[in-house]
Ligand binder design. Structure first.
Ligand code: NDP
Ligand code: HSE
Length: 436
């Protein structure tokens, strides 16, 4: 049978990986897909570099629209990134009746509803395994492997750049800026690395997973987003002393009153497998009511790991594109008429445990005034650690771990504690998840 023809929009880190892996493994890929998968055309702004990568194996153009207009092309792979031109090109490819594969989590988290509706109306597939957790087949697992389950929660290290930064800072004592540059050099970071370090990229991915897990629309604008830029070395150290590691987690959790969707640095017990995920590796824990806890681990960024997911989508489309659209796996796991509008909870309504660091005057009665405020707000303490002060020092650090409470209640208690004259600096608040 004739090979299925693919057009590649963008041949940078992921695009070049896709081209190379497809060529290197073409025999096994053909054996699995049932026919060859051929990159017939590539569009990239940098034509010279694109030609160096593909040689004469594919036609290279600078105008993406020329590729979309080519009737020979069956599948368009969008590997440009961002919400701008990529959105227009994906919608144009769908309108032209092409199936689309994309690794662009930003695009899907923000404009997914419009894109999936357009694809549904046109009867084409938009596949996006590479958009979440790089090479880990987490979309396949959530959408198909765990389809029997009511998903209760998902918690994941889903940004390789920040996990790499946290690991290198903790393990080698390197500076934030130095490690970020290395992550960029290795091709892990987004074009705008603030998306990585401010938690935006992880929130894009958590948003996509929340939609698939709970049958809700993608709602990136409702996600709580906090990155690692304000994280202090002292808190990493105190967390270790208390038996915890700090990781940037993306969390989506179903509660009785709605869905929590949040990304922030999180203390996790150091004996949990996910707490020991280092470097650019990603890991996602999924709790389903039937299966219990499952864990998915692997490379979350980089050229060939991400290409692995892009090509898995190409094989899926090659196998399925002739099937009746109504019999395909729905884009977001649920049939469009079975989606629901369960609200995303405001952070004040989120239930979690906390780590607090207070810089306090080293004098009698300070601890009791703080614990009284927590008790009055019905917040239960799990552990307390006080740094031993050096001789003559008049202040010290007080670390408090709490049990689960509603965040709004914690914020009220925090403002009361902050007003105490014996609390000498802004209180550091981090969230803690047992992931039991
Ligand atoms: P790169 O920046 O390495 O590659 C993007 C390529 O697209 C560049 O070659 C760029 O050319 C080209 N390009 C830009 N605008 C156009 C245009 N209008 N027409 C044609 N080509 C264009 O990005 P990545 O490969 O790292 O990322 C691609 C996508 O994959 C993004 O959505 C990213 O979020 C996602 N992703 C990336 C991962 C990674 O590890 N890198 C992992 C998972 C997902 P030029 O350089 O000349 O601008
Ligand atoms: N910038 C992303 C990361 C790429 O570091 O995880 C993979 O999506």
């Amino acid at each position: 049978m004739k090979a299925i023809k693919v057009g590649l929009l963008g041949i940078g880190t992921v695009g070049s990986g896709t081209f190379n892996v497809l060529r290197r493994n073409q025999d096994v890929i053909r054996g699995r897909a049932g026919r060859g998968i051929e990159i017939a055309m590539v569009a990239d702004l940098n034509i010279e570099r694109a030609r160096e990568i593909v040689g004469d194996a594919a036609v290279v153009v600078s105008d993406a629209r020329e590729l979309i207009a080519n009737p020979e092309i069956d599948i368009v792979v969008e590997l440009i990134g961002g919400y701008g031109i990529a959105k227009a090109l994906v919608l144009e490819a769908i309108a032209a009746g092409k199936h689309v594969v994309t690794a662009n989590k930003a695009l899907l988290a923000v404009h997914g509803t419009e894109i999936f509706a357009a694809a549904h109306a046109k009867g084409v597939i938009v596949a996006f395994e590479a958009a979440v957790a790089g090479g880990i087949p987490i979309i396949k697992a959530l959408r198909e492997g765990l389809t029997a389950n009511r998903i209760e929660w998902i918690a994941g290290i889903i940004n390789g750049t920040t996990n790499f930064i946290l690991s290198e800072m903790r393990g080698k004592g390197l500076d934030f800026g130095v490690v970020l540059k290395e992550a960029q050099r290795l091709g892990y970071a987004e074009a705008d690395p603030t998306f990585d370090i401010e938690g935006v990229d992880a929130a894009h991915k958590a948003t996509i997973m929340s939609a698939i897990a709970f049958g809700i629309p993608v709602q990136f604008d409702k996600a709580h987003v906090e990155g690692i830029t304000k994280l202090q070395a002292a808190d990493i150290k105190y967390a270790e002393q208390l038996g915890y590691r700090i990781k940037l987690l993306g969390i989506a959790r179903r509660r009785d009153n709605g869905i929590e969707l949040r990304v922030h640095p999180t203390l996790i017990p150091s004996q949990r497998l996910i707490a020991n995920v280092e470097g650019a590796m990603n890991a996602v824990v999924v709790q389903g009511d039937a299966v219990g806890t499952t864990l998915y681990y692997g490379k979350g960024a980089g050229s060939e790991p991400t290409a692995s997911a892009v090509i898995a989508d190409l094989v899926d489309i090659t196998r399925l594109h002739t099937a009746d659209p109504d019999h395909r796996v729905p884009h977001l796991a649920f049939q469009p008429d079975a989606m629901n509008d369960t609200p995303i909870l405001a952070m004040d309504d989120v239930v979690t445990a906390f780590y607090l660091r207070l810089c306090v005057a080293d004098q009698a009665g300070v601890l009791s005034s703080i614990t009284t405020i927590l008790a009055e707000n019905d917040i239960s303490i799990d552990a307390v650690l006080q740094r031993e002060s050096a001789e003559g020092e008049k202040q010290t650090d007080l670390i408090i771990l709490t049990h689960d409470t509603v965040e709004g209640r914690m914020n009220k208690a925090l403002s009361q504690m902050q007003a105490l004259p014996t609390v000498l600096a802004p209180i550091v608040k981090l969230r803690k998840e047992e992931l039991a």
